[in-house]
Write a new protein. Structure first.
Length: 203
């Protein structure tokens, strides 16, 4: 009888040990899984930078470049439009643009971005008018708090370089990080891709 009791106790100890070990392993596995899920979530938050592509386009050239960028980097895209449209006639439009530049005007916009605080990176596109960005770009940039954001300028031009517009962009984005801009051609997609790759926007 004594031997039977010893054998029974030994069996109970072994069973209890196995059950405890299984529970412990299950807890460890669950803990590791939760930790991995947390790390994955953190990595997703770190790499998922929200992008906005905002552009002003009169003839359609800057719009084409903006759309190319949008197809490559994703994000959201919005066209900057003024309440009073610019004249369709080229010479009339240049005269209006010249007067606005001379007066450092801020034409009123019909475009409003209600969730600007959600974006980390803002691509800002425009044609070069009288050796700088259109004054509508000034209105747009001054309408929001761009502190801590990354600004990536791009432009289209018949002969000028984006460098001519950078003093204006830098002045209006003093609390943001302004990346190297591009004077783009709507037909030169490879140039746009090379630029985005150099800036690290192509994975």
């Amino acid at each position: 009888v004594l031997e039977m009791k010893k054998l029974l106790c030994l069996c109970l100890i072994i069973v209890a040990s196995l059950l405890f070990g299984a529970c412990g392993n299950g807890s460890a596995t669950q803990s590791e899984q939760n930790q991995q899920e947390t790390q994955a979530a953190d990595n997703s938050q770190n790499t998922d930078k929200k992008i906005l592509i905002a552009y002003f386009s009169h003839s359609g050239n800057t719009e084409k470049v903006a759309q190319e960028i949008h197809e490559i980097v994703g994000g959201d895209i919005v066209k900057i439009e003024t309440v009073n449209p610019y004249p369709s006639d080229y010479h009339e439009c240049t005269e209006v643009a010249k007067a606005e530049k001379e007066n450092n005007a801020r034409p009123k916009l019909s475009t409003v971005v209600n969730n600007m605080e959600d974006y980390d990176t803002i691509f800002i596109g425009y044609p070069i008018w009288w050796h700088t960005a259109p004054m509508a770009i000034g209105t747009f940039l001054e309408s929001y708090d761009l502190s801590g954001k990354t600004i990536v300028p791009f432009c289209t031009s018949g002969g000028s370089d984006i460098a001519e517009s950078m003093p204006m962009i830098n002045e209006l984005c003093q609390n943001a990080t302004v990346k190297e801009g591009l004077t783009a051609s709507p037909s030169n997609v490879s140039e746009i891709k090379d630029w985005l790759n150099e800036l690290g926007y192509i994975k």
